[in-house]
Design a protein around this ligand. Structure first.
Ligand code: AAO
Length: 512
């Protein structure tokens, strides 16, 4: 009996590691701050047809409206309640989007902000995205309802009520993160309200959750919430399927709380991944691409099946969160394309691609004074739609990295090589490396300051392949470079260090 219970419990949480991607799909994209109407259209016109597996959406629940600074992106990390109207749209638009994305095989993952409500200085009134009244000073949120009894004020032992020291795990869980009113998740009542909110989304058809600020919640508390979650909607998912859970725990080492405390509950964001990959591609601290032969667990990252990996995220692309200056973002487009391609070619982890908007950076002493700027918006703060240019890029300040040919084609590469082992590694002991995935795909990088000119074993069947970085296969030809693979699997590669994109990728579906 005990054994059976153990199996049941263990099985339940392992199930939460599965993103339930539709067959043949492998990568997800964070459409940061996009409107629901635009995500629905993007699923149908682009993500579905190009093999994207899912979308991480911005928090869909009612949030505070901040006026100073004017409508920052981070207002959505300050919940006022669980009504589903937000800067991205109404509940009806959210439901329509989830349905339309599911219908074209693209899953939706919700950014769930459940650790806290708005900041203590959030004032009183109806300045919230659905217009619900609240009072931050009285800790009164009638739309849920939560009252002062539902917060951790008595549990927190610091004088300020704030997290003062990250090396004290009690403070980190029981006190306020940057002034945000900290919910008492040990209370049955609060757990129930949070679970109701998540269950409403599950029933609408979402496939899972990014759990914001997980480090700031006790593993036992979130476990108790996860156990209350419904199985996924059987209209789109197998019966008995559990929600995919990936928890935001920033663990670069050296703190009291580690990612390991959460890996039995679901996946965890592996922040070391982007921090290290950025350092490698920037060639800082003596790092070289050739050192990545054992990339993944060999670099001290968490176990493969627990990791959610990314090159940058919405925080560290603008100096919030962690990772520091090494993070490569769209602002360093050439390095970013290489780093994202490396991630998508490599088998480690569940990969997430970032899709950003541009803002006016104003960096003073290494700190961006404009790190708060929200998405492309109209004067009244409403978010602008994402217009698509004739060349398939996005307009109006939306960067749409996921539509860059190099990145889109590497998402397809990852699908084509899915399940194949990391193989045929080559390096020049510096910053030129190559590796394949079984007999399905091969990629070559030149991040040195001189040309790469070498004949390598690709592991692929002989033939002519289109490079999917400089172009792609179109009909019976290539729009970019061609690679001739001999019947022995060997091919010559030449990559000048001054090329726009100094890397080449070929795969089974790019063969002529
Ligand atoms: C805003 C204002 C605040 C105001 C507050 C309340 O900016 O001035 O007090 O409202 O009125 C986002 C924004 C915040 C914003 C918040 C609410 O980023 O600026 O505050 O919305 O509107 C910690 C958490 C992590 C969190 C991260 C930003 O652990 O969970 O801070 N990320 C999530 C979201 C994020 C969101 C929230 C949480 C809140 O992704 O968008 O905030 O919902 C160390 C710790 C980390 C800690 C960082 C930053 O990291 O390890 O746990 O992250 O510090 O404080 C080295 C170390 C590394 C260290 C890092 C940074 O790299 O190795 O460990 O340095 O110093």
């Amino acid at each position: 009996m005990k054994f059976l219970i153990l199996v049941a419990l263990f099985g339940l949480s392992l199930a939460q590691h599965n993103p339930h991607l539709k067959s043949g799909r492998t990568a997800i994209v964070h459409l940061f701050e996009w409107r629901w109407a635009d995500i629905a259209a993007e699923c149908e016109r682009y993500l579905g047809p190009n093999g994207f597996g899912g979308v991480q959406i911005s928090p869909p629940n009612e949030h505070i409206l901040v006026s100073s600074p004017w409508r920052p992106w981070w207002q959505r990390y300050q919940p006022i309640g669980y009504n589903l109207c937000s800067r991205s749209g109404s509940e009806a638009e959210l439901r329509d989007m989830i349905t339309r994305c599911n219908n074209v095989g693209v899953n939706i993952y919700v950014d769930a902000v459940i650790n806290h409500m708005c900041g203590s200085g959030g004032g009183e009134g109806t300045h919230s995205s659905c217009g619900s009244w609240f009072s931050a000073s009285k800790e009164d949120f009638p739309s849920v309802p939560y009252s002062y009894m539902d917060f951790n004020d008595n549990k927190c032992k610091t004088g300020s009520g704030e997290i003062e020291n990250y090396s004290d795990p009690y403070q980190v869980r029981d006190c306020r993160l940057v002034g945000l009113l900290d919910l008492a998740l040990e209370k049955e009542y609060v757990r129930g309200k949070v679970a109701d909110f998540m269950n409403k989304l599950i029933d609408m058809g979402v496939a899972g959750f990014r759990v914001d600020a997980s480090k700031h919640m006790w593993p036992g508390d979130v476990d108790s919430i996860y156990r209350r979650l419904n199985n996924l909607n059987t209209k789109w998912f197998p019966s008995g399927a559990r929600a995919f859970i990936f928890q935001e725990v920033i663990d670069l080492g050296g703190e009291a709380i580690s990612a390991q405390e959460y890996v039995h509950l679901g996946r965890v964001t592996e922040f070391k991944y982007g921090a290290k990959l950025g350092t490698v591609f920037r060639k800082w601290n003596g790092e070289k691409l050739s050192f990545t032969k054992n990339w993944g667990e060999g670099w001290g990252f968490m176990a493969d099946g627990n990791a959610l990996v990314f090159v940058d995220n919405h925080d560290n692309q603008r100096g919030h969160g962690a990772g520091g200056a090494s993070i490569v973002t769209f602002w360093d487009a050439r390095l970013h394309k290489m780093a994202v391609a490396y991630m998508l070619a490599h088998p480690y982890g569940q990969a997430r691609v970032m899709s950003s908007y541009r803002w006016d950076r104003n960096i003073v002493n290494g700190q961006d004074q404009n790190d708060w700027i929200g998405p492309p918006s109209n004067g009244d703060g409403s978010t602008k739609p994402v217009p698509i240019n004739p060349d398939q890029t996005c307009g109006d300040g939306w960067v749409c990295e996921h539509r860059w040919r190099q990145i889109k084609n590497m998402v397809i590469f990852r699908n084509v090589v899915n399940g194949q082992p990391h193989a045929n590694w080559w390096d020049n002991q510096s910053n030129q490396v190559a590796f394949g995935r079984g007999n399905r795909g091969f990629i070559v990088f030149n991040n040195d300051d001189w040309a790469l000119d070498v004949t390598l074993n690709t592991g692929l069947p002989g033939g002519t392949y289109c490079d999917v970085i400089s172009g792609e296969k179109q009909g019976s030809g290539c729009t970019g470079k061609q690679v001739q693979v001999g019947s022995d699997g060997r091919a010559n590669f030449y990559i000048s260090n001054t090329e726009e994109d100094p890397f080449i990728a070929i795969h089974a579906d790019s063969k002529l």
